[in-house]
Structures are given as C-alpha cells and as structure tokens.
Design a protein around this ligand. Structure first.
Ligand SMILES: *Cc1c(COP(=O)(O)O)cnc(C)c1O
Length: 387
C-alpha cells in the first residue's frame, strides 16, 4: 500500500468520554470493562445507543458517516483486545474490501489458495481489474510461503483458515514478511484477540468479522480492522468514510454486549469442540476430521506453540460423499443447518452448497461451528444425523 494518497478523514475527532482503564488488565477482564462511560455520579454503566445522523457545529464528529459515540465504545474495547486502534465497518467483508482498496495497481500479493470465499472473490478482482499478481500458496507450508514473499508488497493471512482449519505459522511468517517490507494483514476471525494477537507479532492489520465470535449471537453483521500505524489508520478511516461502509449504532451496541461474554462463550465452545472432534474422529461414517485442538491434527503442535486456544470450528468429511453430507446436515434437530459461525448455537453446513467454495475443499466437507449447548445433546444429534 503506497502512502501517496489520502491523509486524514478531515473534521475534528470526538472526545471519547470513556472510562480510562488501569494498565495491565488481562484480556478477559478488559473485554468486560472496556468501552464504558466515564464514572461520574449517576452515569450510565453502558454506553448509549447514539441514534443520530449529524452533530451540532462547530466541533465534534460532524456527520454520522465519520463517527459515532457507540462505535467509539466498541472500537475502544476491540482495540484493547487486539492491541491496536480499531475501525468498525458494516461487515467483515467491507473491512477486507477497504484494505484491498488501498492496494495500488500491479501489486504483488501473497495469499492462501483457499480461504474465506469473499476474500477469494476480491483477490480474483484484483487480478482481473487492477493487474495484480496474486501468488496463491499453501498457507500451512511455511517454506512455500516464505519463498513467495520475495518481491511481493502485500501478504494476506487467514489463520486458522475457513473452512479447512489450516494453521499458518504466524510468528515465523509475519516477521519474515515485515523484514522484506511487505504490508501484512491477518484475518483473525476464527481465533479472535483472545487466542492470538497478530499485531503483537508484527502484522499491520488484524481484521475480525465481528459478526462471528465477537458479537456471538448470530444477530448482526459487522467487521473491524485494528492497527498501530497512524498513517494507515487515517487512510482506512478515510476509506470507511468515503466508501460509506459504516455500521449502525444498534448493531454496534449489541456487538459490544456480545463481546462482554466472549471469554466464557469461547471457553465452553472450545471444550465442546474438542469433545465432538474426538468422538467424530472415531465414528465409522467419518472419513477425516480437522480441528487444531485434536492432538492427532497435523497442525496441533504448531497451533499449541503460539495460540492460547484452538477455537471452536471443526471441519469433517463423511465417507459416503457430497449427497450424503448434504443429507446429514439436513437431518439435524438441535444443530441448525445454516451458514456462518461463532454464535452460541451450533451450526453446520456442507460448504460446497455454495458456488464460491474453493476447489481445494472436499465436496463432502461439513463445517461445524460448535456452540455452547450441552455437549451430550449435540452428540446425540450428530449421531442420529450420521445414521
Ligand atoms: C464470515 C467471515 C468473513 C466475512 O465477514 P462478514 O461479517 O460475513 O462480512 C471474513 N473472514 C472470515 C474468516 C469469515 O468467517
């Protein structure tokens, strides 16, 4: 990303009016405490939902496409979690599109050959419309990734990948890319800042689909970008303002409410996921299971070396093939047959029911987003569906 165009978003910034947190809070305390109003007598404990399109002149935010007090509260909380400064967007994909919009024509980009379908869509467009050279790599093969970095200017990492559950060696790859002068963005959606912090490893941007774990209740769509570089922040803030991909303050308030319980939700979901992955891997109808938390998983050791957890997404293939996999998903009673992930309720789907899914993903692969229900009820449902 060149620094040539786009400086500041213009207009004065809003004073934050948020309670200053004491330094050194653990992340699980921080997500509970951050983004609350100043503790003046009789102040509200929660930020208000600021429903306004405009602000009184001359000072302050100015116009509702530039900022909003409710955004500031959630941005501050995610900033604490990711260790940077955060911008919210109308969706995870809008935040990715804002990053890619900064890439100059003829950029050389290194990215996984399979990953979130919306990301793959934008990479293809960069190739066809902006003459970018995208080097698609096996993101789990660190030597291959390192070799592809030379002469490139941008690296986009997603780890663990959606839906293959591959784990990239972030602590090795990110510093290597930075040493070669690349800008590095990481899609942190499957892990969240509770499990890994890409900025602390040297990445320029950590992106979250807030829709998923952060909001956690499958009731809204939102994205975020966190970063340290003030120049990059100014350019992405301008991109948000002029691109117009802003979130609604109601949704932001709900996402902040969701963030409060992220740690306990994840803890339970991860425990459930390990149990279900273990049982699935022994089930006669199951061909293969990928879950980084399984000791037998090819990426378990790598994940354990730098991640503080393994997330709660499992992918597995059924022996019988695509048609049967589709029937398995349709047969669940507790588990919801639906796309998306990261909510309190368990969801699953055969990924290839969508046209955009990668050819590197098996036709019979089912992505299972494990929620916080009782694990025995989940297993009863999976067993009867597999039958
Ligand atoms: C869902 C998802 C996105 C896109 O986020 P939206 O909020 O749906 O726009 C990006 N990356 C990953 C890994 C995702 O799972």
């Amino acid at each position: 990303m060149s620094k040539a165009d786009g400086k500041s978003s213009g207009g004065p910034k809003n004073p934050s009016n948020l309670h200053e947190l004491s330094e050194g809070l653990k992340p699980d305390s921080l997500i509970v405490a951050a983004g609350r109003p100043e503790r003046t007598p009789d102040a509200s404990v929660n930020p208000s939902i600021s429903l306004t399109s405009t602000y009184v002149a001359p000072n302050g935010i100015g116009y509702g496409r530039s900022g909003n007090e409710t955004w500031t509260a959630l941005e501050s909380a995610i900033s604490g979690l990711e260790g940077g400064k955060t911008l919210l967007f109308s969706s995870g994909l809008a935040s990715i599109a804002a990053v890619f919009a900064l890439l100059p024509a003829k950029s050389t980009i290194v990215a996984s050959r399979n990953g979130y379908t919306g990301t793959m869509y934008w990479l293809k467009r960069l190739e066809s419309e902006r003459n970018c050279d995208v080097r698609y790599v096996n993101i789990a093969d660190t030597d291959e990734v390192l070799a592809a970095l030379k002469g490139a200017n941008f690296l986009w990492l997603e780890s663990p990948t959606n839906p293959a559950l591959e784990v990239a060696d972030l602590p090795k790859i990110i510093p290597a890319a930075k040493a070669l002068g690349l800008r590095v963005g990481v899609d942190n959606t499957f892990a969240t800042g509770l499990i890994q912090q890409p900025l602390s490893m040297g990445a320029d941007i950590s992106m979250n689909s807030v829709t998923k774990y952060i909001a956690g209740h499958s009731d809204l769509i939102m994205g975020s970008l966190s970063m340290n570089d003030p120049d990059l922040f100014a350019r992405l803030e301008l991109e948000r303002k002029q691109g117009g991909a802003i979130p609604g303050s109601m949704e932001v308030w709900l996402a902040l409410r969701g963030l409060r319980t992220l740690d306990v939700r994840l803890e339970r979901a991860q425990k459930n996921a390990l149990e279900l992955a273990t049982r699935l891997s022994k089930h006669p109808a199951v061909q293969s299971v990928r879950y980084p938390g399984l000791p037998s998983d090819p990426h378990h050791a790598r994940a354990a070396s730098f991640m503080k957890g393994f997330g709660a997404i499992i992918s597995f293939e059924v022996k019988a093939g695509a048609v049967e996999a589709e029937r398995v998903c349709a047969a669940s009673k507790l588990i919801v047959h639906a796309t998306s992930l990261g909510g309190v309720e368990t969801l699953w789907e055969r990924r290839h029911r969508w046209q955009g899914e990668s050819e590197h993903i098996s036709e019979s692969l089912i992505r299972l987003s494990v929620g916080i229900e009782n694990v025995e009820d989940l297993w009863v449902d999976i067993e009867q569906a597999l039958r």
